[in-house]
Design a protein around this ligand. Sequence first.
Ligand SMILES: [Cu+2]
Length: 193
Amino acid sequence: MGPRGWTGAALVAALVLVVVVTSSLTLGWPPSPLGATGAAASSLPPATPTVYRNLTISFAPSVGGFSYAPTELEVPAHVAVVFTITNDDPSVATVPTPSDAQVRGTTNGAMVVTEGGVATTLTALPIDQIAHTFTISDSYYQANVPILAAENGPVQVSFTMVFDFPGAFAWGCVVLCDGGMPGTMYGSLTVVP
Ligand SMILES: [Cu+2]
């Protein structure tokens, strides 16, 4: 490597240093878990207190059933989390108790089902239109996932939840889907303080 190469490398190193130092001054480093607290953050525009988590329910050949993906979720505490679940499963599940059809613990106790381009706000689903649920821990938080009606294209359900208690929680589908659940219909939720 000749002198010119060294000069180039030194220039790049200097630029990287400048960028790193500038970033540190601007953003505050290391970031707090919520990413927007501390004096250094005050010069930034206010952070939008909303995060989004998108899940799918689709057939997984490896397990021979419909499965949620992803299954390991992490969200900040005290922040609106907008979940959107896209379902490919046309099968009606057996619902053990009528309360499993009820939406619970979401903003306004509601969810929005979008099917065939039409969005409908609901607080429960008809018991014969449920494919799966998204139920957290003791069922305080629950939304239902309607069956895919093929002629209407993909079916999506969206709902907002706020978690005020940091920790590790389990979530899953509480209805009897997939004829005994060979799929992966459960996962973990970590609420970060
Ligand atoms: Cu299920």
